[in-house]
Design a protein around this ligand. Structure first.
Ligand code: ZN
Length: 415
């Protein structure tokens, strides 16, 4: 018997729901929660969805280990056919990074040891494909148990709203399974991204910002498509609570590779990356402070953190979502273009994880975003983008004592 997930509002969703059925009923925050699994690793595999499969909800729902492993292997091979390679545990290493420490008494550089997990070589160049591969496994499990008649020809369309990396990650995984997908992008989407999406057979819909409209127009059009029956195939918890399932594999890897870290600085756009990593570490009982990094040109999570404190805690904040999380104005801007979400959709999970681990938000001055990206590329040799190194910018801006053992995640290769 497959049961649905429980929403943060208390509603138990149906087994076939992707999101809370009551999400439009009131002003509350609605995100389906995936329970934390028992820590369990199959060390014989370096394919994350095999290695950590016993912690995946899709595995539990599949109910048959051999079918699941075969399905992961087949889908992974198909992803490799589309993107050049499949999923493997990504590298993680310690680097010495020199940076002038603000307010330090001595002149010159200060060197720190920083754990860097490198997702830039992952499928599609970011961690985002972990979310969409995880969702595809859920779709295949549901099809197997008779969803949409269990027929390939009746598959519902996939839909995602994204300005770049998540869209490509979704389109790569959809193309691997030849599952039809529509991508809603802003009018200013980069031509190279749009060309890649079309190459992957995605239908691309441009969504220009209306003159006085607040919020992300691509997101509004995506919500309309989902109301008409499309499957939310993105990286935002409120739209699809199951997206965290695959995302957590990144946290599981970090937990195994760097068990001694005491804090992790993670760039936050929609918030699913931070929520996934925090939950992955929590499953391994690693208590690293979650430091959520945003650029000064778009910091709705830092604002929500303050509002949550004013309201007396997360329980009340969740009940009054519009007074805690609302679209950032004016139009968000930063060189870290991948974290310019108008809203931090997963603000509540990230806030909960920050509070539980002794972390907090860090807002980075824009000048540091590009400066630290150059520094990161030179110090590590990794082809990371300003979005991908924004967590490191947060760390260096926050300047914790050099005795701490911080980690960052580079995700998003420089094009
Ligand atoms: Zn709900």
């Amino acid at each position: 018997m497959i049961t649905g997930l429980t929403c943060s509002c208390g509603t138990i969703a149906g087994a076939d729901d992707w999101a809370c059925p009551r999400r439009d009923d009131d002003d509350g925050d609605h995100v389906l929660g995936l329970p934390l699994p028992e820590w369990s690793v199959d060390t014989s595999s370096c394919q994350p969805f095999v290695r950590y499969r016993r912690m995946l909800r899709s595995w539990a729902e599949a109910g048959e280990d051999s079918w699941f492993v075969d399905t992961v292997s087949r889908l992974d091979a198909a992803v490799a056919g589309v993107d050049g390679h499949g999923f493997e545990v990504t590298p993680c290493a310690e680097f010495s990074i020199n940076y002038p420490v603000t307010g330090s008494t001595g002149a010159g550089d200060t060197s720190r040891r920083i754990t860097v997990k490198n997702e830039t070589s992952n499928v599609s160049g970011t961690h985002k494909a972990r979310h969409t591969f995880g969702l595809m496994l859920h779709l295949l499990v549901r099809e197997r148990r008779g969803g949409w008649g269990g027929k390939r020809s009746s598959r519902p369309r996939l839909a995602i709203a994204s300005c770049g990396n998540a869209a490509v990650a979704a389109a790569v995984v959809a193309a691997a399974e030849r599952w039809p997908i529509t991508v809603f992008v802003p009018a200013e989407a980069e031509a190279a991204t749009v060309a890649r999406l079309r190459e992957l057979d995605a239908v691309v819909e441009f969504c220009p910002r209306a003159g006085n409209g607040v919020g992300d127009p691509s997101y509004h059009k995506f919500r309309d498509a989902v109301r008409r029956g499309a499957v939310p195939f993105g990286c935002q918890g409120p739209d699809n609570g199951y997206t965290i399932d695959g995302g957590r594999t990144l946290g599981y890897e970090l937990a195994e590779q760097a068990p001694g870290i005491d804090r992790v600085y993670i760039q936050v756009g929609g918030g699913a990356l931070a929520a996934s990593v925090a939950q992955g570490l929590a499953a391994a009982h690693i208590r690293a402070a979650l430091m959520a990094v945003q650029a000064e040109g778009c910091a709705p999570l830092a604002r929500a953190w303050e509002r949550t404190i004013e309201l007396g805690g997360l329980e009340e904040a969740r009940r009054q979502r519009p007074t805690v999380m609302w679209p950032w104005t004016p139009t968000p801007i930063s060189a870290a273009t991948g974290i310019l979400d108008d809203e931090t959709y997963d603000w509540a999970s990230v806030t909960e994880a920050m509070a539980a681990t002794g972390g907090r938000p860090v807002v980075v001055p824009e000048s540091l975003v590009t400066e630290v990206c150059d520094l990161a590329r030179a110090a590590t040799g990794i082809n990371v983008s300003p979005t991908g190194s924004a967590g490191l910018a947060g760390l260096l801006s926050d300047n914790p004592p050099t005795t701490t053992t911080p980690a960052v995640i580079f995700t998003g290769a420089q094009q």
